[in-house]
Each structure stands twice: as C-alpha cells, then as structure tokens.
Design a protein around this ligand. Structure first.
Ligand SMILES: [Zn+2]
Length: 219
C-alpha cells in the first residue's frame, strides 16, 4: 500500500464536503493527482458506492489514466471519466471535486449560469460559473461537456446534475465547491427578490487578471 498521505487528504476532503452538506450518502466524488513509480501520472480517487460516513483511507483507489486500479481491487468512482478528462485537459489542476449541492443543482436544473456576483467569485473561480450541456451521468459525453464548460475556469454547473470544482490541490477544490454553493444560494435569493445586479465590467476584468496570474503558478 502506498500514497497513504494522499489518500488521507482525499478522505479529509470527503469529510469536509459531507460536513458542509454538499453531498449526501455516496453521491459526489473526490480525486487528486498522485505520482507513480518513475513519475507516472496517477490519480487517487474515491471508490464507487461507499457512503462518506463509512469510507476509510484504505478504500481510496489509485488508478491510471485508463481508469484501472493500480494497487488493489475496487471500483473507482462512477465519474472517473470526468475526473480523468479534467486532468488531461488541464495540466494546472491538481484536484477535482464533484458535488450535488442543493442550490447549485437547482440552478443547474433551471439551466441558469451564475454571473459575476461578488468579488471573491471572480478571483477564485475566474468569473461566471457556466452550465455544461446535459449528458447522462458517468459517461464520456458528460466528461467532454463538463470540460468544455469548465474551460480555463475553476467551476461549472452540470445541467440537471450538480457541480464540478477544481483547484491546485484538494483544499482549493473544496473551497471552490463551497463557494459555488454559497453563490448559488445568493443567486437564487436575488432572483427571488426580482433583481440581480452583477459586478461592474471593469472590476471583473481586473479580478480575472488576478485569477489568471494565480492559476499561472503551476506549470
Ligand atoms: Zn454526480
């Protein structure tokens, strides 16, 4: 058994998103990049169908980029294709989290993106949180539509499904998912008040530049 520390980090992120109410039961999934022998790129990812309250670090799977476990038997997350697609598309991403948080899912059902509402949104997420085109859960089509919506940003809503959040590491990916849910609550409430004003364009441009500079940290 290897990658103990990395698996503990995945478990910790699971506990964090479960405690924040972003997932329930065994829904959602968490992964991070890990390095195999000779620098082979691998991914530590949550297993399929094991509820968070029972999950142990030993059950976190390390898989290759074909999706096959490299260490011990087990079935990786049903959204493994989506996680791998993000890592292939984005060399700067070190961790991926998918949640089913309620308000964000409500906007995903309504097909409503989250426009730039508050400053930390643009700095952390890159601006608007777009909605990916619908595709059935677990398939390559969803992996592709999620990546297309994500673009160079840090989060996307998955139509009629949930949230995709990414970051340099698990801490950041979890913060992204928490912020998306908070933004979704703000957006739903503002829509209910009948008036949504977005950040001024010049502020969004300055903060997008801060976002790009920050994301440029990784090779
Ligand atoms: Zn899902």
């Amino acid at each position: 058994m290897g990658w103990e520390e990395e698996k503990e980090q995945v478990l910790e992120a699971c506990r964090r998103i479960a405690a924040a109410g972003l997932v329930a039961g065994a829904a959602g999934n968490v992964s991070r990049r890990v390095e195999g022998p000779d620098g082979v790129p691998l991914v530590a990812i949550t297993p399929s169908q094991i509820p968070y309250h029972r999950l142990t670090a030993g059950e976190i799977l390390v898989i290759d980029f074909k999706g096959d476990p490299v260490e011990h038997e087990g079935v990786p997350s049903s959204e493994t294709l989506m996680h791998l697609a993000v890592y292939r598309a984005r060399a700067d991403v070190g961790a991926v989290i998918h949640t089913h948080s309620i308000y964000a899912s409500a906007l995903a059902v309504a097909g409503l993106e989250i426009p730039p509402l508050i400053e930390e949104q643009v700095v952390l997420l890159g601006g608007c949180v777009p909605v990916a085109e619908y595709a059935i859960a677990g398939g390559q089509e969803l992996a592709d539509s999620a990546c297309a919506a994500l673009g160079e940003g840090s989060a996307a809503l998955l139509r009629n499904h949930g949230v995709l959040g990414v970051g340099d590491d698990l801490e950041e990916a979890a913060s992204v998912c928490e912020l998306v849910e908070r933004l979704a609550q703000i957006h739903v409430l503002a829509l209910g008040l009948g008036r949504v004003t977005t950040l001024p364009d010049h502020v969004v441009e300055v903060e997008k530049e801060m976002f790009r500079t920050r994301r440029g940290r990784r090779p």
